[in-house]
Design a protein around this ligand. Sequence first.
Ligand SMILES: CC(C)(COP(=O)(O)OP(=O)(O)OC[C@H]1O[C@@H](n2cnc3c(N)ncnc32)[C@H](O)[C@@H]1OP(=O)(O)O)[C@@H](O)C(=O)NCCC(=O)NCCS
Length: 168
Amino acid sequence: MQSSKAGQDESSAAAASNDENIQVRSLTAAETDIEKCYAMRNQVFIQEQNVPIEIEMDSYDETALHILATYQGQPCGAARLVVSEDTKTGKIGRVCVLNSHRRKGIGRKIMEHSIQELRRILGTGNKAQLGAQTHALKFYESMGFGLVPGEEYMAAGGVPHRDMELTL
Ligand SMILES: CC(C)(COP(=O)(O)OP(=O)(O)OC[C@H]1O[C@@H](n2cnc3c(N)ncnc32)[C@H](O)[C@@H]1OP(=O)(O)O)[C@@H](O)C(=O)NCCC(=O)NCCS
């Protein structure tokens, strides 16, 4: 469990005390529960953010390591990890939490699990990378990611992004 921070407010203290309700695990595209990951991404990116389905679902899904989060046993969030053994980098993408479940610490748990998995696969000292929607920059900064020098760009059907990275 995440240790308490000095000065945390009541709502984040409540989220921390609910940590045991949140489970995060990894799975491959061959596992039945992969449909739960795709359902979370569909709900958040396709339905809520209007990302076109042909952009949201791509060929990396077949080989990626997928992350599924549940809250009290019910699917509530997802992400995926695309690892390049050539460049020794891991890209964290498709990070999402259902609108109804946000600000409970689920996104943080997904990120902590993802970073841990990349460290296990690639080893320490290598890079975790991501393309952050600009509204989520503070979220990723709070996980230790920093901005990569460069311009804002449009991706996912016209959503502004910045590249970020973290040393594993
Ligand atoms: C971004 C997202 C995954 C965050 O998930 P979440 O479960 O609400 O995040 P958490 O509750 O774990 O918050 C973790 C930290 O980030 C901060 N944070 C979360 N959302 C934030 C936001 N929109 N703006 C600023 N800070 C935010 C929280 O304050 C928290 O900080 P703390 O631990 O110091 O209190 C979620 O808002 C989401 O799914 N958004 C839609 C999909 C999306 O845009 N994904 C990003 C694609 S790049």
